[in-house]
Unconditional design. Structure first.
Length: 270
């Protein structure tokens, strides 16, 4: 087993050149499967994890998440980046306390977003959002952990498609200590290029779901890493719900024939 320090050093190295996919497992088994397929790093998914414990996204506790992160980190020999939502607190000092807990769980990186949880007023005030990033940076640096901090602007996902606002916030997060920048929801080549250029030389994470640029196309735009959020979890739930609905509504079982080989799964996990 590699140490947390080894994984953190590897993770930072991945951000220096090129572009890599950082897929999002939702439990220890899916994490191990992704490592088996050759991915070099993983990222947790707040939504995917929440669904595994019967909760909606943004409805899990910091205790739930830290236990989950520790399980993911222990399951694989590659770096794990934490989707740490809003830090599970509004006040910067409390964000710092919770970030320190995530660091102790063994993560190689984590993201802090600026979504308030209130759809009527979705983004934290700019100054507060910056202070929250600064508090996360201070918590990470308290024991020289080397954890990579991602500053995340939620504007596009929350109905505020204002690229100038996004760039203003991301550059401020970079100045406050974020190592990587992330604006989920940007999608066009023009939007992606603008963000990449604005925060250069710091790396940019791009969210891709069912559609989006390929790894090569994203690399050509200057993106450093691609994550898929809850998309893998939704794909897994898609197969489960199709099979379950067929049984419940028709009393037939044909969808079960589309499952992955049990023998292959046992071989992968042996």
């Amino acid at each position: 087993m590699l140490t947390s320090a080894d994984k953190r050093a590897t993770f930072r190295k991945l951000h220096e050149t090129g572009c890599f996919i950082i897929p999002n497992p939702f439990d220890a088994g899916s994490a191990r499967a992704l490592q088996h397929l050759g991915f070099k790093a993983l990222a947790s998914t707040s939504a995917g994890f929440a669904w595994t414990i019967g909760k909606a996204d943004n409805r899990v506790t910091v205790d739930d998440v830290c236990d989950h992160l520790a399980a993911l980190c222990a399951a694989v020999d590659i770096p794990v980046n934490a989707d740490f939502e809003d830090g599970f607190a509004h006040e910067p000092d409390k964000v710092g306390v919770n970030v320190a807990r995530a660091v102790k769980a063994g993560v190689a990186g984590l993201s802090i977003e600026d979504f308030t949880g209130d759809s009527a007023n979705p983004l934290f005030d700019r100054a507060l959002a910056v202070d929250r990033i600064r508090a996360a940076r201070k918590a990470i640096d308290a024991d020289s952990s080397g954890v990579l901090l991602t500053g995340r602007c939620e504007a596009f996902l929350r109905g505020q498609k204002d690229l100038k606002l996004v760039i203003d916030r991301l550059t401020a997060y970079a100045e406050a200590g974020a190592d990587c920048l992330y604006a989920p929801g940007i999608a066009t080549p023009e939007e992606i290029s603008a963000v990449v250029k604005a925060v250069h030389p710091k790396p940019v994470n791009l969210l891709v779901g069912a559609a989006g640029p390929s790894l090569k196309a994203a690399a050509d735009l200057g993106v450093r890493r691609i994550s898929v959020g809850g998309a893998l979890a939704r794909a897994a739930w898609g197969g489960f719900m199709r099979a379950a609905k067929e049984m419940a509504e028709q009393g037939t079982f044909s969808e079960l024939g589309n499952g992955y080989s049990g023998g292959e799964l046992n071989k992968m996990f042996s």
